[in-house]
Ligand binder design. Structure first.
Ligand code: NAD
Length: 410
């Protein structure tokens, strides 16, 4: 199923519960603006290559649009469109004053040198600098992009518009970023997993966890949950995974990862494939890599009791229905991974005030905002007898819909 069709299904389920009119559905589903640009770049070899960049600005009823920038070979307009709409509902679920957007370039960053990535990023900014900025649309890191990429974006944007650190978030701490942004999405995934376990009346200590993806989000979620005394039984990345029945030493695995670039080969754990990881008998499964990894084909093999969607859209709607039928609890992406955009908001606020909070304040505010979002969707799900996903969409759609009506469309 195409990514955008999948988010449309979740949207319409919540819209039915809210009894939204067809006109309002169309207004909320249609992106405000979609841009596709050519990025011609000279490669290190001297050859000229042309890449395609996308930015979809979905909705700004609640504030400037906000969303990551993805560098991945599978990036296309349909995926970016789906991810942009997820950002609109996500910022509304955690009630921060933003709308939703997303961007991407169809490249494999692992195949590009740092200099090539810098040239691609700067040319992309040249092409879209008039369309984003602190009060309109604020990019951030996503799969395949790093704090360094965000620094290039800020620097290139400044050549057109002057000093504007709030034009992009997720920047290096030494270059107008903030302490706690990098860990925020994974920390949020971890803290929300703990909240979910508590709400379900389960002990946190000893809870078994499998995590697909050991990048920014997966590794920080693993660190948080390990510190909360969960047992991380398996972890994987694009090259394969590792499994240890007694629990993986996450800090040691991180050291191995930094030294070798992959989790495979880690001593003290056995090799495991990504497919095997998804089917492990664990309490919590955390997909933290790509979208669409849980499908009707493999859903029946999943033995986890809970799935926490750290990645965006990791579950196909048909697989979601299978999990619902089987009584499995799914914490949806639009809350589960909202820690990143929430900390991005803190960064934007501090950039605009030329002031810096300490790490403790960032963590405290992050935990508070995510905790409130969790309690609101939990209560709504109980009251309306719907899944946590439908409750999250209802909360998000309701807020965006009300802002649209209050602001008016004249
Ligand atoms: P990242 O690039 O830092 O890490 C991605 C990880 O996924 C890597 O370990 C990579 O090896 C692995 N991976 C890639 N392809 C894979 C495959 N086919 N099978 C198994 N593993 C694979 O990216 P990230 O920032 O950690 O983002 C991960 C997910 O979280 C994405 O879906 C992203 O949209 C979502 N997300 C990220 C943030 C953020 O702040 N970084 C915020 C919200 C949501």
């Amino acid at each position: 199923m195409r990514a955008n069709d999948a988010t449309g299904i979740y949207f319409n389920r919540a819209a039915d519960e809210l009894d939204l009119s067809d006109n309002m559905r169309k207004l909320l589903l249609t992106p405000k603006r979609e841009v596709q640009v050519q990025i011609p770049v000279e490669l290190d070899s001297g050859e000229v290559a042309t890449f395609i960049g996308y930015r979809v600005q979905h909705n700004d009823a609640r504030g400037p649009m906000k969303g990551g920038l993805r560098y991945h070979p599978q990036v296309d307009l349909d995926e970016v469109r789906a991810l942009a709409s997820l950002m609109t509902w996500k910022t509304a679920v955690v009630n921060i004053p933003y709308g939703g957007a997303k961007g991407g370039v169809a490249i494999d960053p692992a195949q590009r040198s740092t200099r090539e990535l810098e040239r691609i990023t700067r040319r992309f900014v040249d092409a879209i600098h008039d369309l984003f900025g602190p009060d309109t649309d604020i990019p951030a890191p996503d799969m395949g992009t790093t704090a360094e990429v965000m620094a290039w974006i800020m620097n290139q944007y400044g050549k057109f518009h002057g000093f504007s650190p709030a034009c992009v978030t997720g920047k290096p701490v030494e270059y107008h970023g903030i302490a706690g942004r990098e860990e925020a999405t994974g920390r949020g995934v971890g803290s929300l997993t703990v909240k979910l376990l508590s709400r379900l009346g389960r002990r946190v200590e000893g809870t078994t966890v499998a995590i697909q993806g050991f990048g920014n989000v997966g590794s920080h979620a693993a660190k948080f949950l390990k510190a909360a005394e969960c047992r991380i039984l398996a972890v994987s990345d694009a090259f394969g995974g590792v499994h240890c029945g007694d629990g993986i030493d996450v800090l040691e695995l991180l050291r191995h990862m930094h030294a070798t670039g992959k989790v495979a080969g880690f001593k003290g754990a056995d090799a495991i494939t990504n497919d095997e990881l998804l089917a492990l008998d664990v309490d919590v499964l955390i997909p933290a890599a790509l979208g669409g990894v849980l499908t009707p084909e493999n859903a029946g093999r999943v033995r986890a009791r809970m799935i926490v969607e750290a990645a965006n859209a990791p579950i196909d709607p048909d697989a979601d229905a299978i999990f619902d039928e089987a009584g499995l609890t799914v914490l949806p992406d639009i809350l589960a991974n909202a820690g990143g955009v929430t900390a991005s908001w803190f960064e934007w606020v501090q950039n605009r005030q030329h002031y810096q909070w300490g790490i403790n304040r960032v963590r405290q505010e992050l935990d508070r905002i995510l905790g409130e979002g969790f309690e609101q969707i939990w209560q709504l799900a109980q009251q309306r007898h719907v899944t946590l996903r439908t409750a999250a969409y209802m909360l998000g759609l309701g807020r965006v819909g009300r802002a649209t009506v209050l602001g008016g469309i004249e």
